[in-house]
Design a protein around this ligand. Structure first.
Ligand SMILES: NC(=O)c1ccc[n+]([C@@H]2O[C@H](COP(=O)([O-])OP(=O)(O)OC[C@H]3O[C@@H](n4cnc5c(N)ncnc54)[C@H](OP(=O)(O)O)[C@@H]3O)[C@@H](O)[C@H]2O)c1
Length: 289
């Protein structure tokens, strides 16, 4: 496992485990525990996934089993759009995430989308960071122009930006903007999120065969090799283990380039962030009363 150092000197694992759409609490708890037993130390949840409680339970189980300490774990959650109305609603959302997870602090907290009054929400995150409730703060789905304006405005710059990044949507320009502001890129849907059929791609299979690795391992490795943190999700133990086994091989420059050739640009995105319908949908989605 490798680590990346955030601007505030916090060390973040380069690979973690995502729990999007793992709605069944027991399945979530078990999968997270399987992931921690496998060696993952970063877990990625969100208020909107409604499983922060199950993640917290798995963390306590792992510590009780003596697998790791709380300090060795890196737990991420995210504030949903509904709570980005104002400073006060955002402050309550941070406390709600802490309470649901049962954790004294979160290692990273992200604004899930650049929607509603995200500047006021950010000020609440800055304060919680100063108080030690959040060890690092960041954003998600901030496209380059939004991230630039944000970084030019806020007091504490985001340390991480979690966006869609995989061989079918490589976003090289976005990574340049993140590098400019020392924002660490983190890939959601690093395996393509169940879309694009990477596992059937002959070129990816061929590169995998050359290293005795699977397609999943190849595309996760491709991202970490270009400095991107990955958080693959699976509820299957064998896949959880397979996805973590990416630290003993290196893709050549030529292989990296061949993988880049799959890029489809914005047309290949899973979520159309520039679509007003999507923005309305997020604004209307309520995760609590
Ligand atoms: N910030 C955001 O807006 C945002 C958006 C989306 C996701 N995320 C985060 O990013 C994480 C990862 O993204 P994601 O869950 O959308 O997609 P992903 O990790 O790219 O892909 C998950 C899908 O791939 C399957 N899979 C996993 N390992 C596999 C393997 N080795 N071989 C074949 N299939 C495999 C999983 O199925 P099984 O579970 O059945 O194995 C699941 O259907 C999420 O869990 C979440 O934490 C954030």
């Amino acid at each position: 496992m490798e680590f990346v150092t955030l601007t505030n000197k916090v060390k973040m694992p380069m690979e973690g485990f995502g729990v999007f759409q793992v709605r069944d609490k027991e399945e979530c708890r078990r999968s997270v525990l399987d992931a921690i037993r496998t060696g993952y130390r970063l877990i990625d949840t969100a208020a909107s996934y409604t499983n922060e409680d199950a993640v917290g339970e798995a963390v306590r189980d792992a510590i009780a089993e003596g697998i790791c300490t709380r300090e060795e774990l890196f737990i991420t959650s995210k504030m949903w759009v509904q709570d980005m109305e104002s400073y006060e609603t955002a402050k309550r959302a941070i406390d709600a995430s802490l309470e649901k997870s049962g954790l004294e602090y979160l290692d990273l907290y992200l604004l899930h989308q650049a929607m509603k009054d995200y500047f006021s929400a950010w000020r609440a995150m800055e304060d919680a960071y100063r108080e030690g409730k959040l060890k690092a703060i960041g954003v998600s789905n901030f496209y380059p122009h939004v991230l630039t304006n944000f970084c030019e405005t806020v007091k504490i710059r985001p340390m991480v930006n979690q966006v869609e990044l995989h061989p079918y949507y490589t976003q090289e320009k976005a990574l340049e903007t993140m590098a400019y502001y020392d924002v660490v890129p983190e890939a959601w849907a690093p395996l393509g999120g169940g879309r694009y059929k990477p596992f059937e791609n002959e070129m990816l299979k061929e590169i995998g065969a050359a290293h005795a690795k699977t397609v999943g391992q190849v595309i996760l490795r491709w991202n970490v090799q270009r400095g991107v943190v990955v958080i693959p999700k699976s509820t299957h133990k064998e896949r959880i283990e397979e996805n973590f086994d990416i630290w003993d091989f290196t893709l050549s420059e030529e292989e990296m380039e061949r993988i880049f050739s799959l890029d489809m640009g914005y047309v290949g995105t899973a979520v159309k962030h520039f679509d007003p319908e999507f923005v309305r949908m997020c604004n209307g989605r309520k995760i609590h009363d």
